[in-house]
Every structure is written in structure tokens, then in C-alpha cells.
Design a protein around this ligand. Structure first.
Ligand SMILES: [Cu+2]
Length: 449
């Protein structure tokens, strides 16, 4: 592959000389109808929220043409794919920005197989109509050559929050909140229901494409059997009452349709469901108002999906990389800034990675917020979760293995450790997936020796 996303000028002669792209994304300002009386002006791919589902084949090269009709530079990040820095879609890594009015061709060989996604990787800063606050996100499936197992139907569900605004917190800093929340761009009751029949295995591919909000999702009357996290099969699938997804996370879950009726698949927190986050699940031959059953508690833990037993011996000799996360007060009426090991991007730095080496990233969160941190161009294995940072002495030893992700939530005042093998040379961005945190310093660029 050429590995280049050229921000070329779209002269007709140039366009004719190139073969037709496999996919085309048009980035433009559009008006979306979340519900009949809720219209929003935002920027979208092909006028849709979410953008079109892209289905790629594992290892088969594709060309995606992206036309930027806006007056801001844009870039498309292919989240969860192992791509060279020139096409990964982070300007910090070296992917060229797509200038206003320009066309880019991303030539990529998609891997690994699984549920991925694509989204803008621009900064928003204080302008909450930019970056991931827009509709610039969409689901992406890299299909394996092997069948993933039997299911009768599959649905892609994308969560997003709209009309972001800044409001002041108790401590005098500003935080982001939203007026509307949707599944697949529609407020509960206004989109098409998921139509199912009794006795089916329904596969849900859920993506949280919110700029900043973590979401909790339950299907009234049903459990969900989690089979994959961030698109990667988990060693121990589990039946759970609800899913938790932080920004950037994906969950694949099977629903056994064994409870006929008309149900709500929705946000567990009442105020977020009231803001619109939900979709109706309708069994064939059933009618009436959709039912909701309020769960008592918020429940989620990655640990239950880990492989049983101790990890293979070869993972013992990983090189530790401690990364301490802290907030930095910028004054009343401002959003907080963020530091990694005391520095904010672009001053952040880490030792050079050596190809083939195994690293243990030690996320030490000394802040009062949870952070969904994301590593580009690689995935990592969860090794240890949620150890209190205030604990005295050596951190408790954990030996989790088998859960492969590209985003992990590091809870407030805890330490979480993941391991990865440096096997994709080139600049590699690491950042918090909350847009406001990423914008204000929570970012670090790893480089290979
Ligand atoms: Cu964060």
C-alpha cells in the first residue's frame, strides 16, 4: 500500500486519472432532525448521524475519498485499526489535514477484524460546535474471513449527545453538558424500532460516539450477553444487566429474544433517557407503549470478561511506563487543563519505543474524574484494574489477561495497567477520549526508536 492520504486539489484531470474510490465521505454542514421539533445544525458525513456504516474486509485494501466542504481543516481517524501514521488520521502523528474545499484519498489495508469506527480528530477547544461535538463519527466493521458465530440479525447502535454547553461546577471550573441525547441520531420514540421475532439471537454493535459522556445502556426485560469489547472477542462472554460505554468504547452483545413485547433499550440514568437516549425494540405481532424497567444500580466491571487462570509466562518481562494524570486549575470560569507526568501536550513526552518490545503502561489517575484513555494504531491487554492510588506500599498484584481493547476507563484516584507490544512503528498518539480533556493537554505522542 502507498500509505499516503494526499490532501490533493480536486482538479477534474486528477480525479479522472485515479480509479474510483470504494467509499466517499462528504463533510458538510447540515441540519439533522433528532425529533420533529428538535433540529440541530451541525457538521456530518454524507448528511447523516451517524455517518454511513463502512464494511471493510480484513486485509483487503480500500480507498476512501473524503471531501471537505467546510471552512475548517478536517481529518478522519480510523479508530481501532493498525494503520501507518500517514493515514491513521491524527495530525499530531503526521496525517495531512484536509484543507477547506480539498479532497483526500485514504488508502488503507484494514486490520484487525472487528467492530471499529471512524471520526474527526480535530480540536474543539472552547467551540462546542466543533470536533467530536459534531456528527462526524460512524461505525466501521472489519469483517473476518471466518464467521463470528450464529446470529439471526445484527444492529449497529451509535450513541451521541447534542447541543453541548458549558456550565459551572461546584468547584468553579466549567464542564460540558448536553440538551439532547440519541441512539442512531434519533430521540427515543422517533427513530425506527429494532424489529425482532421471538426466539432470535440478535447481535448488537454499540458505539459511544459522545464527545465527553459515558453512557449506561439496558434493554428492559432482557439481559445482554457481552461477546466483544472494542470489537475484540472477550475470553469469557458474560450475561449482564447493562452495558457501560465511555467515549470511544464499543461493546458487542447478543440478546436472546425470549420475552415478547415492546421494550425500551435505553440509558439507565433517567435524566439521560429523558433527554432522548433510547430506542424501541418491537417484537413481531406486539404493540402498545414501549415498556421500561428501571434497574436499581449502575453495574459494570471489565474484570468479569477476563480469561481464567494465570497469564502466560512470556508477559512477565514488560517495560513499565508510568503515566500520572492530574488536572490543572486554570481559574474560575475555565475548563481544567490536564497533565501527563506533570506536562500538558505538546510538552508531554515518553521514552522511545523499541520495535518488538512489550510495554506495561501504568495509568495513575490522581484526578477526580474518570478518563477513557485511547492508544492509536495498537491495541492493549488489560492487566490490572482500579487499584486505589492512595494505597500504601506496593500496589496489589493483579494478573488479568485476555481482554484486548483500545480504550480503557481509568477511574478517579485509581491505577490501571495495560500491556502492548510495540509492533506498529511510527508516531503513536495516546490521549483521553474526552474531547475537552484531549483539547486541554491530555495527549502524548509516542515515537519509535
Ligand atoms: Cu479525560
Amino acid at each position: 500500500m502507498t500509505g499516503a492520504a494526499a490532501a490533493c486539489v480536486s482538479l477534474p484531470a486528477v480525479a479522472e486519472a485515479q480509479s474510483a474510490p470504494d467509499y466517499r465521505l462528504d463533510i458538510a454542514v447540515t441540519t439533522l432532525e433528532l425529533a420533529p421539533r428538535t433540529r440541530i445544525a451541525t457538521t456530518a458525513y454524507n448528511g447523516l448521524a451517524p455517518g454511513p456504516l463502512l464494511r471493510f474486509k480484513d486485509g483487503r485494501a480500500v480507498t476512501v475519498e473524503v471531501v471537505n466542504h467546510t471552512d475548517h481543516p478536517e481529518v478522519v481517524h480510523w479508530h481501532g485499526l493498525f494503520l501507518p501514521p500517514a493515514v491513521d488520521g491524527a495530525i499530531e502523528e503526521g496525517t495531512p489535514a484536509i484543507a477547506p474545499g480539498a479532497t483526500a484519498r485514504y488508502e488503507l489495508t484494514p486490520a484487525p477484524a472487528g467492530f471499529r469506527w471512524y471520526h474527526t480528530h480535530t480540536m474543539a477547544m472552547d467551540d462546542l460546535s466543533r470536533g467530536q461535538y459534531t456528527a462526524l463519527h460512524g461505525p466501521l466493521m472489519v469483517e473476518a474471513r471466518l464467521d463470528p458465530g450464529r446470529y439471526d440479525q445484527e444492529f449497529f447502535l451509535t450513541l451521541h449527545d447534542w447541543r453541548a454547553r458549558l456550565s459551572s461546577s461546584e468547584d468553579g471550573t466549567m464542564s460540558v453538558s448536553y440538551e439532547a441525547s440519541t441512539v442512531n441520531g434519533k430521540i427515543l420514540g422517533y427513530g425506527d424500532p429494532l424489529r425482532v421475532r421471538e426466539g432470535e439471537r440478535v447481535l448488537l454493535h454499540v458505539l459511544n460516539a459522545s464527545a465527553t459522556e459515558t453512557h449506561w445502556l439496558a434493554l428492559a426485560g432482557h439481559d445482554l450477553r457481552v461477546i466483544a469489547l472494542d470489537g475484540n472477542a472477550v475470553p469469557t462472554p458474560q450475561q449482564v444487566p447493562m452495558l457501560r460505554l465511555a467515549p470511544g468504547e464499543r461493546v458487542c452483545a447478543i440478546v436472546e429474544t425470549n420475552h415478547p413485547g415492546v421494550w425500551i433499550l435505553g440509558e439507565v440514568r433517567k435524566h439521560v433517557q429523558a433527554a432522548g437516549m433510547g430506542i424501541v425494540v418491537e417484537y413481531a405481532g406486539q404493540s402498545g407503549s414501549p415498556r421500561w424497567i428501571q434497574p436499581a444500580d449502575l453495574l459494570w466491571n471489565y474484570r468479569q470478561f477476563a480469561a481464567p487462570g494465570a497469564s502466560p509466562a512470556d508477559t512477565a518481562a514488560a517495560i513499565p511506563v508510568p503515566l500520572v494524570f492530574e488536572s490543572k486549575f486554570r481559574g474560575h470560569g475555565s475548563m481544567e487543563a490536564w497533565t501527563i507526568n506533570g506536562k500538558s501536550y505538546p510538552e508531554t513526552s515518553a521514552a522511545l519505543l523499541r520495535q518488538g518490545e512489550r510495554y506495561r503502561l501504568q495509568f495513575i489517575n490522581r484526578s477526580r474524574d474518570a478518563h477513557p484513555v485511547h492508544l492509536h494504531r495498537h491495541s492493549f491487554e488489560l492487566r490490572s484494574l482500579g487499584i486505589p492510588v492512595a494505597a500504601r506500599g506496593e500496589p496489589a498484584v493483579q494478573d488479568l489477561h485476555g481482554i484486548i481493547k483500545d480504550v480503557v476507563v481509568v477511574d478517579a484516584q485509581t491505577r490501571t495497567e495495560v500491556e502492548f507490544i510495540a509492533d506498529h512503528p511510527g508516531a503513536t498518539l495516546f490521549h483521553c477520549h474526552q474531547q475537552d480533556h484531549m483539547d486541554l493537554g491530555f495527549m502524548l505522542l509516542f515515537n519509535y526508536a
